[in-house]
Design a protein around this ligand. Structure first.
Ligand SMILES: CC(C)(COP(=O)(O)OP(=O)(O)OC[C@H]1O[C@@H](n2cnc3c(N)ncnc32)[C@H](O)[C@@H]1OP(=O)(O)O)[C@@H](O)C(=O)NCCC(=O)NCCS
Length: 328
């Protein structure tokens, strides 16, 4: 554990693993923030990684303030395949100091990343406010991608001819699916460039359901797919269109629209769901236009603040360079 003095009254503990005391304190902080904000502040998967013991290049930064027996903020650093992810939460009762607590934690996180060779950083914020823009700017991060969460009620009226679809067959469809996914999302920083390991990891997730992973073949090729995911932890449960794509050779033929409709129909008919949800890059005009025309409305915006952290020289202070993020 490293303890860094931040100000007269605050300390920042930087931990590779959270001990049971920290774990309980941070979990309580996350629950408190969720009650106040109506959503989780830290990505579930990344939090679970940390709560289950942390991985190499993961760290939790816990901010304490004298006179309080609970943490006033928490920031998590997680190394991804191509970049670093930062998640941050500030106790709702201490947000009058957010413009101090936030940058203190983020500077600690950035220094840690610099010490591990630096790299591209995404700070993910769910339902950002002006304060988040200011906090990010203070540490040299700039607004990157906006992710829209869109929703609509089910069922949707059925249109025209139904597509011929079949479920994904584990152990059989991986290679062709990876090819179509990576061609369709060649421009996308996270959804492009998947390998078999990434796909297999998803297939082992408890929510994975091959029945709701719908494939459409044409001319003996995989032409497009609609992969759904059911969120039972929500009331009412949400049916997510998790990934939808059409191979570039088959785009513009109406397949995207038909696949989305088929996915929505499956979620309602086979799983009895009444609300559908999806995430889409705000800059992906074609996809946003498609969902808009199908009656989806923006529920909220999530935002990535981005920057590039140079590797630290011994004893050097580090700030990220806010470089251009690939749009969309
Ligand atoms: C988004 C995507 C699934 C659409 O599939 P598609 O088969 O090309 O789309 P469709 O032919 O059904 O057309 C859907 C709408 O997009 C419009 N569209 C099609 N090609 C377009 C283009 N080049 N530019 C702008 N709009 C276009 C169509 O007019 C149609 O609108 P309408 O329904 O109001 O008439 C496909 O482009 C794709 O796989 N993109 C990459 C992956 C992606 O972004 N997935 C969605 C996010 S998860």
């Amino acid at each position: 554990m490293v303890v860094v003095a931040c100000a007269t009254v605050r300390t920042l503990e930087i931990k590779r693993q959270l001990d049971p005391h920290d774990l309980a304190a941070v979990a309580e902080l996350l629950a408190l923030a969720e009650r106040a904000d109506g959503h989780r502040a830290v990505d579930d998967h990344r939090w679970l990684d940390m709560a289950e013991g942390g991985r190499a290049s993961h760290a939790g930064l816990v901010a304490w303030e004298s006179g309080h027996d609970h943490p006033v903020g928490y920031t998590q650093v997680s190394r991804g395949r191509h970049s670093w992810a930062l998640d941050m939460v500030i106790d709702p009762h201490h947000r009058y100091d957010a413009r101090d607590i936030g940058p203190e934690m983020l500077r600690g996180a950035i220094a840690l990343i610099a010490g591990e060779g630096g790299g591209h950083v995404h700070l993910w914020v769910y339902q950002p406010t002006g304060a988040h823009d200011e906090i990010a700017a203070q540490v040299g991060l700039r607004r990157g991608r906006d992710l829209l969460q869109m929703r609509r009620t089910l069922p949707v009226p059925v249109e025209g001819n139904q597509l011929d679809l079949r479920p994904f067959r584990p152990g059989h469809d991986e290679a062709r699916w990876l090819e179509v996914n990576n061609r369709a999302f060649a421009w996308h920083p996270e959804q492009g460039g998947w390998d078999l390991e990434t796909l297999t990891t998803h297939q082992h997730e408890p929510w994975f359901d091959a029945e709701g992973f719908l494939l459409h073949e044409r001319d003996g090729r995989l032409a497009g797919f609609c992969w759904t995911k059911v969120h039972h932890d929500h009331e009412p449960p949400l049916g997510e269109l998790y990934v939808v794509a059409v191979d570039p050779d088959f785009q513009g033929l109406g397949l995207g629209r038909a696949l989305v409709l088929a996915g929505l129909d499956w979620l309602h008919r086979e799983r009895g769901l009444t609300v559908a949800m999806l995430y889409v890059d705000a800059a992906d005009a074609r996809a946003v236009g498609l969902y808009d025309s199908l009656g989806f409305k923006v529920d909220h915006v999530d935002r990535a603040y981005v920057g590039d952290v140079p590797a630290a020289e011994p004893g050097q202070e580090t700030a990220p360079t806010p470089t251009a993020e690939p749009t969309a």
